[in-house]
Structure formats: C-alpha cells, structure tokens
Write a protein that binds this ligand. Structure first.
Ligand code: ATP
Ligand code: MG
Length: 259
C-alpha cells in the first residue's frame, strides 16, 4: 500500500479507537495527510458504517484525492476534495448560475460542501435517467462516497485516456447513447467531458467527475455543450474513430450551433 495512504488510514483508525474509548483528553487530531475536519468527516463516515478502512489511492488529482474504501467485503470510491487547492472562483461561477444552489458564499468550506452536494445530485439525476455513472452513496462536507467502478477484487477501471477501447467506434457509439441520456433526459451538460473523465469498464463507458456539470438552462450550458461535443469528437478521432462531427451531433439528437 502507498505509505501515505497507510498513514492516512492509520490516522482515521486511531481516531476511531480514540473516540470509541472515549479518551477525550486528546481531541487534537494531528494529521499529516488530511486537515482535521477531513479526518473528522472520514471518522463520521466510518462510524456510520459507510467505510471500514481506506485501502490505497486510486488517483491524486489537482483538487481531489480518490481513495479506495473497504466496506465489509466490497469496495467504494472515496473522493476527498482538498480545501487548500480547490478552485473557488470556478466553484462560485458554476454554482451561482445553478437555480438549485442559491448561495453566494465566500466561505470556502461551505462552497466545497455545495460543490460536493452538486456532484452527488448530478450523479443521482444522471442515474435516474439511466446513464452509466457511479451510484452516489453519501456526501458529507468535502467527502463524497461513490460506487467503486472496477473488478470485484478491487482493481479500479482505467480512464479511456489510459486504456484505449478495443473497438473505438463501438465504444464511441455506446458513449453517445450515454451522453444522449445525460443531455436529453437528465437535462445536464457535463462541462468537462474528455477521455480523462470516462472510464473504460470492461469496454463499456462510465461517465465520471460531474461536479461542474450544469443544468441545461444554466447561462453557460450551451458553451459547455459545444466544447464537450467537440472534445469527444476530437479525442476519439485521434483514437481512430471514423465518426464525423455531424454524425455525432445527429446521434445525440441535439440542436447546437458548432460555429
Ligand atoms: N467511482 C470510481 N470508481 C473507480 N475509480 C474512480 C471512481 N471515481 C473516480 N475514479 C478515479 O479517480 C480519478 C479522479 O476522479 P475524478 O475525475 O472524479 O476527480 P477529479 O475531479 O478529476 O480530480 P482533479 O480535478 O483533482 O484532477 C479518475 O480518473 C478515476 O481514475
Ligand atoms: Mg477528472
């Protein structure tokens, strides 16, 4: 196991046993990996039965770490937003145009909590529209727990960026069906759709990373939609797809101005 994650898990376990033993004399939880609130949040989630232990890093990104959590004999994905490195300007901008979140806060923690809730709600909405996304399990403060996409023995599925589909056109065709539901039935625009945010799960696409996704009547929705469609076209073309941009737009059954 990655030593940093082993250390993080050790810290969470220590906190759990400390609280269980009610030894209140040391409430100062020193963490080298997470800030105190994150550690407390993980502790709460463990105590509520969402995770037993943290077992390894899946990804360390710009703004979030995704860890593997173990619960009984299965896995979950634990996405932890780092307070210090989050892009608050972007968060504010995306949240302000969203009628579901009527907050105008400069409080960083509150903003991250809204951001995490937004990702949770977007996933739920996509799932209800039948889109292949990880099922959201729980959101608390800066932590989001999701269905783990991978093998039963704990190997996470890779992004399309890292694992090229065997049959690119067939994969793209499946992806377009997922995108069509995402756009036309969930009424959401992803906003950061690329081969980094699509998992290749046994040659089936799973769309992830929907925190920035916006409702279709958001002021920037059209701009984001055009960007997403062009990205998907360009990246899959590089992978060897034979689809034209027009064919993609037709398959999505959307009406957009690409100029
Ligand atoms: N549910 C999941 N199951 C398995 N792996 C996952 C899951 N969710 C995310 N991952 C892995 O973690 C990586 C990062 O996740 P995600 O794209 O949601 O975060 P991110 O917002 O891109 O992070 P950052 O913005 O900090 O770069 C993904 O590329 C994928 O490899
Ligand atoms: Mg991502």
């Amino acid at each position: 196991m990655n030593p940093k994650i082993a250390k993080a898990d050790e810290e969470v376990q220590k906190l759990i046993s400390k609280k269980r033993n009610k030894s209140v004399e040391d409430r100062r939880v020193g963490s080298e990996i997470f800030d105190k609130q994150t550690l407390e949040t993980l502790y709460k989630l463990a105590n509520q039965g969402y995770i037993n232990i943290l077992n390894g890093a899946i990804s360390t990104g710009k703004e979030a770490n995704v860890l593997k959590g173990v619960i009984d004999d299965s896995y979950v994905a634990v996405k932890i937003y780092r307070i210090a490195t989050s892009d608050f300007k972007k968060m504010q901008y995306y949240i302000q145009g969203d009628p579901r979140f009527n907050i105008r806060s400069n409080n960083k923690r509150k903003l991250i909590t809204s951001w995490v809730n937004k990702e949770f709600r977007n996933l739920k909405r996509a799932l209800e529209a039948g889109v292949n996304v990880p099922k959201p399990i729980v959101a608390l403060n800066n932590v989001l727990i999701l269905e783990f996409i991978g093998s039963n023995d704990g190997n996470p599925s890779q992004t399309v960026k890292n694992q090229k589909p065997k049959d690119v056109d067939d994969f793209l065709n499946k992806l377009l069906l997922e995108m069509k539901k995402f756009i036309n039935e969930a009424n959401l625009i992803h906003g950061d759709l690329s081969t980094f945010n699509i998992l290749n799960h046994n040659e089936n696409p799973v769309i992830i990373d929907v925190s920035q996704s916006v409702v279709r009547d958001h002021p920037i929705a059209n701009e984001l939609l055009v960007r997403d469609v062009k990205n998907v076209y360009g990246e899959f073309k590089k992978l060897g797809s034979s689809y034209s941009l027009d064919e993609i737009v037709n398959k999505l059954e959307i009406d957009i101005n690409l100029d």
